[in-house]
Ligand binder design. Structure first.
Ligand code: NDP
Length: 485
């Protein structure tokens, strides 16, 4: 049996163990085997990290923007040079196919760093002239030490998506990755050390949400919290942060509709995208379409083809380049997904394909795999069509016209993303405007321009990330008014 690797926190420029010497087990989802331990940090570790961030803030915020940007470009270069190693680690830690980590997760982490390095140098603020009476200009100043909390589904991708704009605008950061997938954040710490990022600018503290996360969000030294995760945790964080008036950005869950009109262009490329939109990363992407709404006139033929294509997806060892789907991230998440499938059955849903654990052989026999699952016959109000499942499970629902499609699409408490498939441009614009959703893709999915506002409405989020929105979140606007009379 290979040695259990002990991961470290990164505080004040140093890799260090947790003060309390308590550790959490880290598992490889594909095998179900424990392979590492990550710090179970406590209030003391968070306090030291916040103090380090506070000490680093005056120097870092006074560092010229171009110089700050150079650090991120250097870190991006070092990360890119180690792309394969990071992709292997991300796959091992999260269960996702290594091909996905290689193609999506790690390249996107590199892009996040480069994008915000450049964006910060181009960030400008406004001036407002008052008819010769005065001139106002807006200063955009960093906040201080801020908290970044990220989930397990796209570990390094979402971690860098938060820390890059926070740091590039001159803040210092205490970050808490999900303790379920702590590996690449730990490796990232070493890259920061190699890039000679000044001590205390970025601090990474591992541990559970209930202890480490809670200590972080309640620390009086934290000026803002940027959180991505479930709606339930987001609500708990908001309840703590709001009375203390801490600036808050929440990116939360989704129950996203994929709306397919009869006139959609059913070519191979579009089918492949539509299938990915349901099952990429085992359905564990907040943007995955988990409710597939199909115009009734094509419903039966669409269903047959979708079932056939879903059955053809290969669930297997994430290391195997032919695997389309890997393992679910944890035993607890596997149980949750299986529970949702059982619930769908109880609610009267018909399982069209999947509906069971998948059991690859060999080293993956003990892993947490679920076959991609399609369900039909459930009304829009049932729990299966209301609750975020966050796994390889999608429902099929027929609709007649535009109005019904929009009503069904909007019939949940979530509002993160939607995709609409139609050849009718007028309909596409009309439907997009009526969807209660932060993001609408027309005839595509997960096409991301990092300059665009990213986030959800209703219970999917508060605030926007991406581009200038992220830079604005991590700065405070101060108006300066100069008398001209
Ligand atoms: P969780 O909400 O369980 O956890 C997210 C992060 O918050 C983790 O680091 C977690 O730590 C931490 N956390 C948990 N409780 C607290 C607390 N009280 N105080 C501070 N931090 C805490 O989400 P998951 O990790 O399960 O991620 C899946 C969810 O993320 C899904 O709902 C998905 O839709 C959403 N998501 C949203 C995205 C978006 O952009 N809108 C993008 C990606 C995912 P720990 O792991 O230790 O519990």
């Amino acid at each position: 049996m290979s040695e259990i690797r002990k991961l470290a926190n990164y505080i004040n420029g140093q890799l260090c163990p947790p003060q309390g010497r308590r550790w959490l087990d880290v598992f490889e989802p594909a095998s179900g085997q424990r392979f590492a331990e990550c710090p179970d940090s406590d209030v003391g570790d968070i306090d030291v990290a916040v103090q380090a961030a506070q000490r680093a803030f005056p120097g870092w915020s006074a560092t010229p923007i171009a110089q700050r940007a150079q650090f991120f470009n250097r870190i991006a270069d070092l990360l890119e040079a180690r792309l394969e190693e990071f992709a292997q680690a991300e796959s091992r830690d999260s269960g996702k196919p290594v091909t996905l980590a290689r193609r999506l997760d790690i390249p996107r982490a590199v892009s996040n760093l480069r994008f915000f390095a450049a964006a910060a140098t181009q960030f400008s603020s406004e001036a407002h002239a008052m008819d010769g009476a005065a001139i106002n200009y807006t200063l955009r100043q960093p906040l201080g030490a801020v908290a970044c909390i990220s989930p397990w589904n796209l570990p390094l991708y979402l971690f860098t998506w938060k820390i890059a704009p926070a740091l590039a605008t001159g803040n210092t950061v205490v970050a808490k990755p999900s303790e379920i997938t702590p590996l690449t954040a730990t490796m990232f710490a070493q890259v920061c050390i190699d890039a000679e990022l000044p001590p205390g600018v970025l601090n990474i503290v591992h541990g559970s949400g209930a202890s480490t996360g809670q200590a972080l969000i309640t620390h009086p030294g934290i000026k803002a919290i940027s959180f991505t995760g479930s709606t339930r945790t987001g609500a708990a964080i908001a309840a703590v942060a709001a009375p203390r008036f801490v600036k808050l950005s929440l990116e939360m869950g989704g129950k996203n509709p994929t709306v397919v009109f009869a006139d959609w262009e059913a070519n191979e490329a579009n089918w492949a995208t539509l299938l990915r939109s349901a099952f990429a990363n085992q359905g564990q992407i907040c943007l995955c379409g988990s409710r597939i709404l199909v115009q009734r006139s094509i419903y039966e033929s669409f269903k047959c083809t979708l079932v056939e294509k879903t059955r053809a997806l290969r669930v297997g060892d994430p290391q195997d380049p032919t695997s389309d789907l890997g393992a679910l991230v944890s035993r607890a998440h596997f149980d949750k997904i299986m529970g949702h499938i059982a619930l769908a059955r109880e609610e009267g849903g018909k399982i069209l394909c999947g509906g069971d654990a998948a059991a690859p052989e060999g080293r993956c026999a003990g892993g947490w795999f679920v076959a991609p699952t399609l369900i039909e016959g459930l009304g829009p109000g049932c729990r299966t069509n209301q609750e975020e499942i966050f796994g390889p499970v999608a429902t099929l629902i027929p609709f007649d016209g535009d109005d019904e499609a929009v009503a069904l699409a909007n019939a949940t408490n979530y509002g993160l993303a939607a995709s609409v498939w139609t050849s009718n441009l007028t309909r596409a614009h009309r439907v997009a405007a009526r969807l209660e959703s932060g993001i609408v893709w027309i005839n595509c999915w997960l096409k991301r321009d990092l300059r665009t506002p990213f986030g959800g409405v209703k219970q999917s989020g508060v605030g926007r990330e991406g581009g200038v929105d992220a830079l604005r979140f991590f700065t405070e606007a101060k108006n300066v008014c100069i008398d001209l009379e």
